[in-house]
Ligand binder design. Structure first.
Ligand code: GLN
Length: 300
């Protein structure tokens, strides 16, 4: 095999990805180069004219081919940053999106003070990679606020990824604050929580086919498909959540950009108050939150 210089190899990668219609082809060709050769931009410029090693060249070309087949970059490199933390990603979980950081930030803002002595209990429903709940736990740990977290998912494989992310993201001393339960929404649960966070599947079935190939062909369908109108999971969650919330407990739901009104109405119908819709950095509605009214709640 004729070996190429690093620059030639990178250019080849750019061309391959661009002709496969990959958005941001140059960026992805660079990130894969960085992944395979473990080099910074500065080192790349210094060594661009040097020959690339044979093994690495083979590996790079293999990964470029995978990306050209529209496999998401994060499933190739196996990671995605979220809230400044590095999460493991596999084909069994939704890739953490920057939009979802809005939800974590809202929780951290709402529960800043006073730092109580009772541990805050959090439920991450449809946890997937665990990015929502584990991020909240990470930042509460840093702030010295006691907490514990239960992550639940219908997918056993997703829970395996969330478990690995617990060990990847959290300091060892606080890992035992996290537990896992497999089940359909609240099915496996008996306790009551201060906070429920969830990013359930919310794309209407008919729209799933129109998503980017990276999403529709590679990300788990069960994490995306919210049935006919995309609201199926919110209906069930709004109805059942009151049984799993403590007095004045709060729920935070990620939503699609056009679901703010419908999900707010579902929470209101089920006795939630202080309902608010929060926008993400792009200005789209992204989170609906609500509090379960004390009057409705017996002492738990
Ligand atoms: N935000 C994801 C997307 O745009 C969907 C996430 C979900 O259905 N929970 O693909």
């Amino acid at each position: 095999m004729r070996t190429m210089t690093l620059r030639e190899l990178y250019r080849e990668g750019c061309r391959e990805l661009a002709s496969a219609g990959v958005p941001d082809a140059e960026n992805d060709a660079w990130l894969l180069l960085n992944h395979v050769f473990s080099i910074s931009r500065a080192v790349f410029y210094l060594k661009a004219a040097e020959e690339a090693g044979e093994e690495e060249t083979k590996k790079y070309r293999k990964l470029i081919l995978e990306r050209a087949g529209r496999k998401p970059l994060q499933q190739i490199t196996g990671e995605q940053e979220f809230m400044g933390l590095s999460f493991l990603v596999t084909e069994d979980v939704l890739i953490p999106r920057q939009d979802s950081e809005t939800l974590v930030e809202e929780v951290l803002k709402d529960w800043q003070d006073p730092a109580g002595t009772e541990p805050m209990s959090v439920l991450d429903l449809c946890t997937g990679s665990g990015c929502l709940g584990l991020s909240v736990g990470f930042f509460w740990e840093k702030a010295g606020r006691p907490w514990h977290l239960l992550c639940t998912d219908l997918s056993e494989k997703a829970l395996q990824v969330a478990l690995q992310n617990r060990d990847r993201v959290l300091p060892e001393a606080c890992r035992e604050r996290v537990s896992f339960a497999q089940g359909d929404l609240f099915e496996a649960l008996r306790e009551h929580f201060d906070v429920i966070v969830s990013n359930p599947p919310y794309i209407p079935t008919s729209e799933v086919e129109h998503l980017m190939p990276e999403v529709k062909d590679f990300e788990p369908r069960m994490a995306l498909d919210g049935e006919a109108d995309g609201l199926a999971f919110y209906r069930r969650i709004a109805k059942e959540a009151p049984d799993y919330l403590k007095k004045s407990g709060r729920i935070y739901l990620e939503i699609g950009y056009d679901q703010g009104e419908a999900v707010s109405a579902l929470l209101a119908e089920n006795g939630f108050t202080d309902i608010a819709v929060i926008r993400d950095l792009a200005g789209n509605d992204r989170v609906v939150k609500g509090r379960f009214s004390e009057e409705e709640k017996k002492d738990v």
